[in-house]
Design a protein around this ligand. Structure first.
Ligand SMILES: *Cc1c(COP(=O)(O)O)cnc(C)c1O
Length: 332
């Protein structure tokens, strides 16, 4: 897979670790060997998956002469935090549109990522109602900034377009190299599936390399059918830009929607259990919105014996721990 024909910054510092999770495996009955890829340890303030995507998206912005980044996300968006972090590093302005998906969830003096936006020097942020047309809102901000002589560039929510998804195709390549080096056979990969760039990129990479490792996505907001269509579309588009001739077989896209609970970012008992399990058994911090719900899916799939006895199952940890501090009451 060749990424050198795409504009790209250099935000990664080598491969993120792949670690066994023996204590968690044991706590779940010992039939499955669990591993974790630590994308929570990626560079960029407080780490997480958006750094891989922004390496391509911000490079595209710079090639196009931009001096200002505009993006959007939920009120505790990790993507907004990492866009602000890399904008600071690049000497670019960062402007955010925050969608209040849960009424009353925005707090001007909020903790977690919300607090970090300010610290990372975000130039402006605007809060809009849940369900707003975020593209239109970002365009509006872009027009205002252009009128002030700025050169804005819009990064879509989660940096999940065919440019950002390249970051996770590259993660798949990196992972296969690590597994080869360690002589480690992984039978199944579990990833969170949100704005879809992570899931789509991983599947595209695995298909492009003929790796033969199934990737399952655990939804954090949408129902299965809808999410699978979104992931499939983005994977096809990404495969096309990489000239992967086979395209993406539709059956490679598998999502579970049993762990969303009442809705995006709303805590569930299984999320709370998973966050506590990872912390107490492996010393790993998940988050309440994405990796916690995805891990709840992983735990349940292991308990339901979806994976055959003795299987090696790898969980992609996408980060997000700053959001924990906005949910203290949930965990105490
Ligand atoms: C954005 C995010 C995800 C979901 O990744 P997508 O590419 O949007 O599907 C998962 N975990 C964390 C911590 C995130 O911030």
């Amino acid at each position: 897979m060749n990424f050198t024909s795409f504009p790209r910054r250099n935000y990664l510092q080598g491969a993120t670790p792949v670690e066994p999770m023996p204590n968690l495996s044991e706590a779940l009955g010992g039939d499955i060997n669990l591993f974790v890829k630590r994308d929570d340890l990626l560079p960029g303030a407080a780490g997480g998956n958006k750094t891989r995507k922004l390496e391509f998206c911000i490079a595209d912005a710079l090639v196009k002469g931009a001096d200002t980044l505009i993006t959007c996300g939920a009120v505790q968006s990790n993507h907004c935090r990492l866009t602000a972090s890399w904008a600071a590093k690049e000497g670019m302005e960062c402007h955010l549109i925050l969608e209040e998906r849960v009424k009353g969830s925005y707090k001007a003096d909020g903790s977690g990522n919300n607090f970090l936006f300010e610290l990372l020097g975000v130039k402006s942020h605007r809060v809009v109602e849940g369900g707003s047309d975020m593209v239109a809102e970002m365009n509006k901000t872009a027009e205002e900034l252009k009128a002030q002589g700025k050169k804005p560039y819009i990064i879509p929510g989660g940096a999940s377009n065919a440019i950002g998804a390249l970051g996770y195709v590259n993660c798949a390549v990196e992972l296969i190299q690590q597994l080869n080096d360690a002589r480690l056979k992984v039978d199944h990969i579990v990833v969170p599936s949100g704005s879809a760039g992570t899931h789509a990129g991983m599947v595209t990479g695995m298909v492009g390399m003929n790796a033969g490792i199934p990737v399952s996505g655990v939804n954090v907001s949408r129902p299965k059918d809808l999410q699978e269509e979104i992931v499939y579309k983005l994977a096809e588009e990404t495969a096309e830009s990489l000239k992967i001739k086979s395209g993406i077989p539709r059956e490679e896209i598998v999502c579970y929607d049993d762990y969303v609970g009442p809705g995006y970012s709303i805590p569930t008992d299984s999320m709370i259990e998973a966050v506590k399990l990872f912390a107490s058994k492996e010393g790993i911090l998940l988050d309440p919105v994405y990796s916690g719900k995805a891990a709840a899916g992983l735990v349940d799939l292991v308990r339901k014996s979806v994976f055959p006895k003795g299987a090696n199952v790898l969980f992609l940890h996408t980060g997000g721990s700053p959001a924990l501090y906005a949910y203290l009451d949930t965990f105490r």
